[in-house]
Design a protein around this ligand. Structure first.
Ligand SMILES: Cc1ncc(COP(=O)(O)O)c(C=O)c1O
Length: 387
């Protein structure tokens, strides 16, 4: 570890504060580090390893694919890309898909799509997008600007023009933020990085009413909440809503980098040849991985398990006297003032439990979606010991 640390410091840009652990292999919900120590992973690479580690179907599909083809570019048809698009479309309320490589890139795509849609309608003045405090949409300049958290902006100004902030779950402030230039409202159903803060159903209702009245687009960032994380394939399915644009990434590839944007036919028309693209987007490798993930996660018994086990985790945390927030296997708890989330996460790691932090002194649980009740019980008992 000492050597890893030295080499890391010598050769890598220091933009991450890393724990002094390196993993060598994983199986199911368990990870093993380079010293052979076993860990229960209740973070899944920050909501990425939806099928856990080394899932046989995922490993097999990727292995078989790389023997044949990894990448050809979007100059050509890519059959597994068509299949994944079909699966996403047929399992959602939207009509068309575009593939890229990350959540930030999916959100950049969404921002461009909103602008182009209104431009094509002769309403180029409706370029403004409203996002909410505590939200997180990525680190590229556009998605960073959409992320209404000043701590991430420091040193990176000037930011992108045309993004406006409003306080999350504040109906009055949202109404006041709308101008003739507003084109879209962009949000997470449960703010992940911001502290696992669910949207207030009344607030969501207001977003829908305003969008309908003013002809605005609703952009749902489901990068973290999507692909089964909340117990439904998409978090929007918990509510009576069909967003105009949905962005996806994280869990979709089960660990292989992938991002996606889903939208309605009418809006998709604005992306004509040459208007947008991504070299790696939707290549063979990421698409065969996404296909396996979708085949598994979209099964109704898989999703009901996520819902049930999520409730189990929720109740176990309540038994500790905590007030969990979230849905499915996206759960956060605020800790009392005297317990720092960062410290708790560090101690958990020492004891072989991987959990994460989020805004507002929150500890985040984002286990692989295949986690069992016994494994949850094990994780919560380690967490209890630390508290
Ligand atoms: C809701 C949400 N949107 C976007 C992103 C950015 O995704 P990526 O890191 O893949 O660019 C994240 C990452 O944490 C996220 O949680």
């Amino acid at each position: 570890m000492k050597e890893f640390k030295q080499l890391s410091e010598k050769y890598l840009i220091g933009n991450y504060a890393r724990f002094d652990v390196a993993f060598e292999r994983g199986e199911g919900v368990y990870l093993y580090d380079t010293e052979g120590k076993k860990y229960l992973d209740m973070l899944s690479g920050i909501a990425v390893n939806s099928l856990g580690h080394s899932h046989p179907k995922l490993v097999n599909a990727i292995t078989e694919q790389v023997k044949k083809l990894i990448h050809t570019s979007n100059l050509f048809h890519i059959p597994p890309q068509i299949e994944v698009a079909k699966m996403l479309v047929e399992n959602s309320c939207l009509d068309k898909a575009f593939f890229c490589n990350s959540g930030a890139e999916a959100n950049e795509t969404a921002i461009k799509l909103v602008r182009k849609y209104f431009y094509d309608r002769g309403e180029a003045h409706k370029y403004e997008i409203i996002t909410f405090t505590g939200g997180f949409h990525g680190r590229t300049i556009g998605s960073l600007t959409a992320t209404a958290q000043p701590k991430y902006h420091e040193g990176f100004k000037p930011l992108l023009q045309g993004i406006k902030y409003a306080p999350f779950n504040d109906i009055k402030a949202l109404k006041e933020a709308i101008t003739p230039n507003t084109g879209a409202i962009m949000f997470e159903f449960i703010q992940g990085e911001g502290g696992v803060n669910p949207i207030d159903p009344q607030f969501l209702q207001t977003i829908q009413e305003i969008a309908k009245e003013k002809n605005l687009l609703i952009v749902a960032d489901e990068v973290q909440t999507g692909i089964g994380r909340t117990g439904k394939l998409f978090a929007y399915q918990h509510y009576n809503i069909c967003p105009d644009i949905i962005t996806l990434a994280k869990g979709l590839g089960g660990g292989v980098p992938v991002g996606a944007v889903l939208t309605k036919e009418e809006i998709a028309k604005s992306f004509t040849p040459g208007t947008h693209g991504s070299t790696f987007g939707g290549n063979y490798l990421s698409m065969v991985a996404s296909k396996v993930v979708l085949q598994e996660v979209s099964k109704s018994e898989f999703l009901s398990n996520v819902e049930e086990n999520g409730r189990f985790l929720f109740n176990k945390l309540k038994e500790l006297g905590l007030s969990p927030r979230g849905k499915g296997l996206m759960v956060g708890v605020s800790l009392p003032e005297d317990k720092k989330a960062q410290e708790v996460v560090k101690k958990a790691l020492e004891k072989g439990l991987i959990i994460g932090t989020a805004g507002g002194n929150t500890v985040r649980f984002l286990p692989p979606l295949i986690i069992t009740k016994e494994e949850i019980e094990k994780g919560v008992s380690i967490f209890k010991e630390i508290l």
